[in-house]
Design a protein. Structure first.
Lengths: 115, 113
């Protein structure tokens, strides 16, 4: 079974500073990886995904993530954050070999962008 | 394309009652998954339906059930509500199945008193 670890439960950062949100996963099979964002009182919005191909994945709102198979990581980065990026971010993994296998989400990282 | 819709958005129920939540997926999506989100437990998978068949189920008691209709709309039912069932219930749809990217609705906020 897969599992996801997001080491930082909260990350405060000043506006226009860079940010990295860490995600590590464990799985005995090949995986698909995702980052979602949740704004207050809303559902989850897909930021980016890794299914195959290039390990550097670009998403919406200027975010990108890099899949590192040897370190089983999929860290999310943004070079310059805005106040509007304040939200909860979830990393998720699914088993790419088992069609229909459910997602496993990490516990989330609350990003607070300070003025 | 319209996104995933969930009704109702907010619901208050009393312990012991039952509740039915509804989810309409994105047009053309055949997979619908349900999740429970609470501050303490985070996002937990309830079940997935694909073409009217339950394909996967999370670790929840039998009080939680669901179904999917031929138009891919899905309902989730919780019987004999407990205080601990208070949560945000999220529905997600996917064209190919829940291993791939899923698109989430805004959720139904259920409060059990």
């Amino acid at each position: 079974a897969q599992s996801v670890t997001q080491l930082d439960s909260q990350v405060p950062v000043f506006e226009e500073a860079p940010v990295e949100l860490r995600c590590n996963y464990s799985s005995s099979v090949s995986v698909y990886l995702f980052w979602y964002v949740q704004y207050p009182n809303q559902g989850l919005q897909l930021l980016l995904k890794y299914l195959s191909g290039s390990t550097l994945v670009k998403g919406i709102n200027g975010f990108e993530a890099e899949f590192n198979k040897s370190q089983t990581s999929f860290h999310l980065r943004k070079p310059s954050v805005h106040i509007s990026d304040t939200a909860e971010y979830f990393c998720a993994v699914s088993d790419s070999n088992n069609y229909g296998q459910n997602f496993v989400f990490g516990p989330g990282t609350r990003l607070s962008v300070l003025p | 394309k319209a996104g995933v819709t969930q009704t109702p958005r907010y619901l208050i129920k009393t312990r012991g009652q039952q509740v039915t939540l509804s989810c309409s997926p994105i047009s053309g999506h055949r997979s619908v998954s349900w999740y429970q989100q609470t501050p303490g437990q985070g996002l937990q998978f309830l079940f997935e339906y694909f073409s009217e068949t339950q394909r996967n189920k999370g670790n929840f008691p039998g009080r939680f059930s669901g179904r999917q209709f031929s138009n891919s709309r899905s309902e989730m039912n919780v019987s004999t509500l407990e205080l601990g069932d208070s949560a945000l219930y999220l529905c997600a749809s996917s064209w190919r199945g829940s291993s791939y990217e899923q698109y989430f609705g805004p959720g139904t906020r259920l409060t059990v008193t």
